[in-house]
Design a protein. Sequence first.
Length: 139
Amino acid sequence: MKKIAVFLLFSGLCLLTSCQSSKLSMKALIKDVESYHHDLLFERYEIAAKNIAPESRASWLESMQSQRLHFAEIEIASYAPCASEEVVNKEEQDRCAVIISQVEWYANSSPSVHSARVYSTWQYNKDAKRWFIVEQEQR
């Protein structure tokens, strides 16, 4: 009976610790996403680029500067872990999330405001100890 109680206590602690680290990780992600959005709103593209995966950063920055976009509003609509078919295991799923943002922008030469949902896939990099955008898609 004691063995069962100890096992249940140990299992409960592991589950609690896992949940807490996952919540802390998601909380850190949301903070990073909001910071990224603020940098876009204030046209601080060099700073915003630090949220892009290193291998894509230079091309993203060049694209942002050449398009001369101005963001009017960016708001997180929803977020969720990556779909199970996109990841191999539970640990990897905890390090991958999709952020859906409602974005309004206009180009420098156009008076029209455009609106779209942007799906951003963020992955947590253990070595850098931070989240990076690895993919973005406008719908």
